[in-house]
Design a protein around this ligand. Structure first.
Ligand code: HEC
Length: 266
């Protein structure tokens, strides 16, 4: 674990070459410190914090005034209270959708530009992966309390639930085909029964997650997207009602868990 951790840290270090130039000195110092502590997820949090404060976009603004649901500028505990309904956007949003919303409204960036590359890779993680890791880290230790009272929140939960059990795609799989019975595995992966509170809590309290198997920080938008890919459906649209409702359903199943991310997974 230690040796491979070192290797993945080196890979993450290359990603720094692509990180904002202004922040590079401090990131490099922080990186050196992290090498000693062997924690790749922590590295993403640090770069994400720099990006959060970085002025960019047509309005040359940072994301520091972003309202993640607890008021403008409050990041502490916000991730653990998502997804929820936002009146200003008139929709249910997960953390990533809300970060995107702030890029559009505060920084004046177009949705198209901000979403050009939502999923990164080991050589070059995406901006969203860094930011999501940072925002999530500020909820470490908070109870998970997704929105459950607004009619649109209830609707999102019901839609997510229906989608979870709906068979579709080339193989006629539903999410429950793989995540519906205890004890299922694919290769080295346990397949948690995500409709049950116990396994849902363990899974959902640790996303986004640094995946040691491929040295990447992956987010919940990616996770749902990738599982649909495994079902051979058309790729779902990033931040769409389908994906956000699925995230709502899974998070409500996990409600009450103590959030402990960003996590580290196989
Ligand atoms: C063909 C089987 C299959 C189907 C169908 C499937 N998944 Fe998955 N899912 C997996 C595998 C395999 C993993 C674990 C991958 C790993 O460990 O890297 C996983 C992991 C997950 C996780 C993370 C669990 C954890 O412990 O952190 C979530 C959340 C998830 N899936 C959601 C879904 C949703 C939502 C659907 C339906 C849209 C779905 N899955 C459909 C195979 C599937």
């Amino acid at each position: 674990m230690r040796a491979s951790g070192k290797r993945t840290l080196l890979l993450a270090a290359f990603a720094f070459a692509a990180a904002p130039a202004a922040a590079q000195t401090s990131q490099f110092e922080q990186y050196q410190k992290m090498v000693g502590e062997d924690s790749p997820a922590e590295l993403f949090v640090l770069v994400g914090a720099d990006l959060w404060r970085k002025k960019q976009g047509p309005k040359n603004a940072s994301l520091e005034r972003c309202d993640l649901g607890k008021g403008p500028g409050v990041v502490k505990g916000a991730y653990a209270a998502l997804p929820r309904y936002f009146a200003d956007a008139n929709q249910v949003m997960d953390a990533e959708s809300r970060i995107l919303y702030c890029m559009e409204t505060l920084q004046g960036r177009s949705r198209k530009e901000a979403l050009k590359r939502p999923f990164g890779n080991a050589d070059k993680p995406s901006e969203m992966e860094y930011l999501d890791a940072f925002v999530a880290s500020q909820s470490d230790g908070f109870k998970m309390t997704p929105g459950m009272s607004h009619p649109q929140e209830k609707r999102a939960y019901e839609l997510g639930k229906a989608l979870f059990f709906a068979r579709t795609g080339l193989y006629d799989f539903s999410c429950a085909s793989c995540h519906g019975e205890p004890g299922k595995r694919i290769r080295m992966s346990d397949l948690p029964v995500l409709s049950e509170p116990g396994p849902a809590r363990a899974a959902m309290s640790t996303w986004p997650a640094y995946r040691v198997s491929n040295s990447q920080m992956k987010t919940m938008q990616w996770r749902v997207n990738n599982c649909y890919r495994q079902m051979r459906t058309p790729q779902p649209v990033w931040g769409s009602e389908v994906v956000n409702s699925m995230i709502m359903y899974l998070t409500v199943n996990a409600k009450g868990a103590v959030y402990a991310g960003p996590g580290t997974k196989r």
